[in-house]
Design a binder for this molecule. Structure first.
Ligand code: ATP
Ligand code: MG
Length: 246
């Protein structure tokens, strides 16, 4: 199964880390076992967002350098059964090499139903490493021109790397603001501009922000949780219609 997914974006702050976590929680609800890998070297955040900051001793760079076994850098969440995290190196100079990272992910991926990799923004070397082991990709974009342009660049780079299973997640969507700003006529315009098939439309929801700073236990309280439930089902190949008005 194509179970290694990289979550990427051209511009920073579109919601990649948030999508990684919310999607993982949704997949776990469906009985899946998930390895989340933070590949944002020097800027890691998933450990804080998952309330696992104090647990991390070894990170991905330790595993790559042989300071520990790869499995010793994988930590089980105490709050979410079936959720495992590998943290990115704390220092940016400990960047990982794409080939070694791919080899390491390949050595553990069969133990999980999905491996979800949180990429740094952009198409630099950090992104290339994050995408190296991926079978497929989610591009997270906001419905605004700079974000969309970044998404197209990511798409082209992924294709050059041989990854063709690419889907679009539009995040932080606020219909009223979208209409007021008028950058695009409708959502179909955004999808056309990214040249990428839409797999989820996540509303702007301030509760997501709050929940992400306090651990994910409250995610079910938030309206966007059902969007991630549907995204999880679609990733498993289920045909769930996208409910949006262009
Ligand atoms: N659907 C949403 N509704 C409201 N706020 C959101 C939503 N998604 C993400 N956010 C908020 O947007 C901010 C950026 O999100 P996040 O850190 O996930 O982005 P990122 O793409 O991982 O950023 P970076 O490029 O810096 O790694 C955070 O404050 C987050 O809580
Ligand atoms: Mg992030």
């Amino acid at each position: 199964m194509d179970n290694v997914i990289v979550v990427a974006s051209g511009k920073g702050g579109t919601g990649k880390s948030t999508v990684c976590i919310c999607l993982s929680v949704a997949l776990i609800k469906q009985g899946k076992k998930i390895l989340l890998i933070d590949c944002d070297c020097g800027m890691r955040g998933l450990d804080i967002m998952l309330d696992m900051e104090q647990d991390i001793i070894f990170d991905a760079a330790d595993a790559v350098c042989g300071n520990c076994k790869f499995k010793d850098a994988i930590y089980k969440s105490k709050n979410n059964d079936n959720l495992y995290l590998m943290a990115a190196p704390f220092d940016a100079e400990n960047e990982l090499s794409p080939s070694v990272f791919k080899q390491l992910v390949n050595s553990v991926k069969e133990e999980f139903d999905f491996v979800i990799i949180d990429s740094p923004a952009g198409i630099g070397s950090g992104f290339v490493t994050a995408a190296a082991p991926a079978d497929r990709a989610l591009i997270v974009s906001n419905a605004e021109p700079t974000s969309v342009r970044g998404g197209i660049k990511v798409r082209h780079k992924l294709e050059m790397m041989g990854i063709s299973n690419i889907r679009l997640v539009i995040n932080r969507f606020d219909r009223k603001l979208f209409n007021q700003l008028g950058f695009y006529r409708d959502l179909d315009d955004v999808i056309d501009a990214t040249q990428t098939q839409l797999i989820a439309l996540v509303p702007f929801d301030i509760r997501i922000s709050v929940i992400m700073q306090r651990g994910v236990a409250g995610l079910n309280w938030c309206a966007a949780a059902s969007v991630f439930d549907c995204l999880a089902l679609r990733l498993e190949g289920k045909r769930i219609p996208l409910a949006y008005k262009g």
